[in-house]
Design a protein around this ligand. Structure first.
Ligand SMILES: Cc1ncc(C[n+]2csc(CCOP(=O)(O)OP(=O)(O)O)c2C)c(N)n1
Ligand SMILES: [Mg+2]
Length: 612
């Protein structure tokens, strides 16, 4: 008898196939399937083998993807949620496997993504016995999965544990966790008995339509109508409301700045989109925030208040689906809880079109000038390659509908500033946790979710050496399954943990600490070739364009390794006195790269102020 029939059986009734689970694990996997889960990311171990047996028996229903590390599984589940809007699921074994998930799970939690983590545990009878790999997982996950973490001790709990973990992940847009002792995974499934103390849960979930009440909408409209210089700040929560944001910006004569997670929420091709905001932001965003008299914030929890108007300078309206996230970044006069699209739809008829377009014209002029600065900065020579040049050239060559992922190094600066995102593209990065290493796993998960689109990961050499190189092995394992194998990883090989090197200089006023910052020169492109992938290395600025064209036309996943200059400064949109002092004192203290840095910074400043 086949394995399938030893452990599961099907009954036919009224022309429908009902799945009858044998073990609790079979039940769990099927229940996840019934909740709509079609892919699970994870890594095995004896603490979770019962579930893996069930995944094997039901592999026609749920696609299991083996990741190179449990942290990848959590990043990929998070990316799945970010790019599809569905729940992402990851699975890991007890003890070390569960611990490895954590960073990716925090990434999901902090960026408000629904992710369910399923982890193994030692056998029920061993718990409390200081058994091997026994970690108090309920306590360990209590923070990251604070909305819902439970350990099953009876097969009769499995139904409601799955139902609640799924429902709470969706409803709260957060991480939930189910812990399964390994002996329980193989126990026959039992439905909850009809007795006192039994829980009878169900599955259906429909997203409610949430909008503020009419009076609050009218108050918000009045406030916005009274403003003369309106600025809008959007985040990932406005991604599905692009048309409405455009209408509101037009009516109010406003400019629109974007938090990093909202980079794809509005195309950069619009003349009034000021681009990113914050330390990695643009000058037009900075100027708009410093001069506006009204702030409308939509679907964003952008944290750096010093880049928002001063308290008292602007009157504010905030729209967010999550009531908990309202009114925490700026003292808003009106906080509206609601879906961004539906709320804006109700707000639009209440807005009066501003006839005075001076403010808007000023913003558009600032934006146009800024793009010239970006081009001028990109074209400055560097040793050997100016990273901004790579992003600038990539920008106009981005394939339609591509999915951009960025890591947390200096690439995030160039991603934020130099890439002109167009309609139909998606992008993400670790916005709130700002962890290293999501770039490659996000791109792989994007490929699984949208095989016909091209993910492009923008990653530093430090992140590649930390976890990214292992992702190449996973790509090797799976890429031939993808109907369209295009996937590009752009590696900035600067032999430095560059973002932090600049932070040491500018924020701390210290010189670069070679011991903590220097990286070895790893052959990323050659390594990709060794794995049978495409690998292209470029260290000559004259070859950037041809290398990009080759990489974008590659017929298999490609690593494009660009040897970039670590001394090109990721200048903030403005340098304040404190940062400038820190910067100079680092030079006085004898930074190993002082002379190169002075040259490159000088070129950047010249490009900023004398670009014409
Ligand atoms: C897990 C983790 N460790 C450390 C950091 C601090 N950090 C942020 S960016 C960065 C440097 C990244 O270096 P690399 O990937 O080479 O990118 P580069 O800045 O050089 O382009 C570090 C160490 C972090 N954000 N996350
Ligand atoms: Mg680096």
């Amino acid at each position: 008898m086949s394995n399938l029939y030893q452990t599961t059986f099907f009954i036919k009734k009224f022309n429908k196939t009902f799945f009858m689970a044998k073990t609790t694990s079979d039940y769990l996997v099927n229940r996840l399937y019934e909740w709509g889960i079609r892919r699970i990311y994870g890594y095995p171990g004896d603490g979770i083998n019962g579930v893996f047996g069930a995944l094997n028996r039901q592999k026609d229903k749920i696609d299991f993807i083996q990741t190179p590390h449990e942290e990848y599984a959590a990043f990929m589940a998070c990316a799945h949620a970010k790019f599809t809007g569905e729940v992402g699921v990851c699975v890991a074994t007890s003890g070390p496997g569960a611990i490895h998930l954590l960073n990716g799970l925090y990434d999901a939690k902090m960026d408000h993504q629904p992710v369910v983590a399923i982890v193994g545990q030692q056998a029920r009878a061993a718990l409390g016995g200081s058994f091997q790999q026994e970690v108090d997982l309920t306590t360990l996950f209590k923070d990251v999965a604070n909305e819902y973490v439970h350990m099953a001790t009876s097969p009769r709990q499995i139904r409601h544990l799955v139902d609640r973990a799924m429902r709470i992940a969706k409803n709260e847009r957060t991480v939930t966790c189910i812990i399964l002792p390994n002996d329980l995974q193989d126990v026959d499934y039992e439905e909850p008995a009809r007795v006192h103390g039994s829980v009878h849960s169900s599955m259906s979930y429909s997203k409610p339509s949430i909008t503020p009440n009419e009076a609050d909408l009218q108050n918000a409209a009045n406030l916005l109508n009274e403003g003369n210089k309106v600025s809008i700040l959007i985040g990932a929560g406005a991604y599905h409301a692009a048309d409405e944001v455009m209408q509101v910006a037009d009516l109010l004569g406003a400019g629109v700045a974007k938090a990093l997670l909202g980079k794809a929420s509005l195309p950069d091709t619009l003349p009034y989109v000021t681009g990113s905001i914050g330390l990695l932001g643009t000058k037009p965003s900075w100027d708009m925030m410093m001069e506006c008299d009204t702030l409308l914030m939509i679907g964003s929890s952008f944290p750096y208040s010093e880049f928002l108007p001063k308290e008292g300078q602007a009157r504010g309206v905030q729209i967010d689906i999550d009531g908990k996230m309202l009114g925490i970044r700026y003292p808003m006069e009106i906080n509206l809880q609601g879906d961004s699209k539906e709320t804006l739809r109700k707000l639009i008829p209440l807005l009066k079109k501003k006839t005075d377009r001076d403010w808007r014209n000023k913003i558009e002029k600032g934006v146009a000038e800024w793009w010239e600065v970006m081009e001028a900065r990109a074209m400055k020579s560097a040793d050997p390659i100016n990273p901004q040049r790579v992003f600038w050239e990539l920008s106009s060559r981005l394939p339609d509908n591509c999915i951009l992922t960025s890591d947390s190094g200096s690439s995030a600066n160039w991603f934020a500033r130099d890439l002109k995102i167009r309609k139909g593209m998606m992008s993400s990065l670790s916005g709130n946790l700002a962890t290293m290493c999501p770039g490659v796993p996000y791109a792989i998960a994007a490929k699984f979710a949208f095989p016909d689109r091209m993910p492009i990961a923008l990653v530093g050499d430090g992140a590649m050496q930390m976890l990214g190189n292992n992702g190449l092995i996973t790509i090797k394992k799976y890429w031939q399954r993808w109907s369209d194998p295009r996937l590009m990883i752009l590696v900035l090989n600067n032999k430095d943990l560059n973002q932090v090197t600049w932070e040491q200089r500018v924020m701390e006023g210290d010189s670069k600490f070679e011991g903590s910052q220097a990286l070895i020169d790893f052959p990323f492109a050659a390594y990709a070739q060794l794995l049978g992938l495409e690998g292209i290395k470029v260290d000559n600025p004259d070859e950037i364009v041809s290398a990009l064209d080759r990489a974008l036309a590659a017929t298999k996943p490609v690593v494009l390794e660009v040897v970039t200059d670590p001394n090109v400064p990721p200048l903030p949109p403005h340098i304040n006195l404190q940062q400038a002092k820190g910067f100079t004192s680092s030079l006085i203290k004898g930074d190993p790269d002082a002379w190169e840095m002075i040259k490159d910074t000088y070129k950047e400043v010249v490009a900023t102020y004398l670009h014409k």
